[in-house]
Write a protein that binds this ligand. Structure first.
Ligand code: 4NP
Length: 161
């Protein structure tokens, strides 16, 4: 079982959407038994909350099922998840500090957009203060990056449908 954790700041916009996109892709590929996914935030701002209304509308538009309550990254996440994917530079920095503090200094954290060659080093922009178009933009960014991530994992782990 390959475990994948998507991380953003609030865990109500980008990372729950990323998790939902990922889940749909593995379901379409018939690989849901080979993966477990979750999402979390680096902050404690929205613990226990449902995803943002705009995240839910975007998920509805693209027929993604989304069932998540906000939670903060936890020490055990560094032990339990093989892949930890950060949405932006700040998430990456905080996760880098947490992994040292929690005793997992060797854990590799990936920036989500590094899976697309021409967007390496870029962030999935924070849509919180944006409008509906900001959510459309992050959907498109995530869809492409997650497609590439999944293909890479399938090759790396020699997974077969
Ligand atoms: P997310 O978006 O990190 O993609 O979930 C945000 C959600 C909430 C806040 C910022 C970003 N906030 O400042 O409360």
């Amino acid at each position: 079982m390959i475990k994948v954790l998507f991380v953003c700041l609030g865990n109500i916009c980008r990372s729950p959407l990323a998790e939902a996109i990922f889940n749909k892709k593995i379901e379409l590929a018939g690989m849901q038994n080979q993966f477990k996914s979750d999402s979390a935030g680096t902050s404690d701002y929205h613990i226990g909350e449902l995803p943002d209304e705009r995240t839910l509308s975007c998920a509805k538009k693209y027929e993604l099922s989304i069932h998540h309550r906000g939670r903060q990254v936890h020490r055990t996440d560094f032990r339990d998840f093989q892949y930890i994917l950060a949405m932006d530079d700040n998430n990456l920095k905080v996760l880098g500090q947490l992994k040292d503090r929690f005793g997992f200094p060797k854990k590799e954290i990936h920036l989500m957009r590094n899976f697309v060659d021409h967007t390496k080093g870029l962030s999935v922009p924070d849509p919180y203060y944006g409008g509906e178009e900001a959510f459309e933009e992050i959907y498109q960014i995530l869809d492409e990056a997650i497609e590439n991530f999944l293909n890479k994992v399938i090759v790396t782990h020699q997974l077969y449908v």
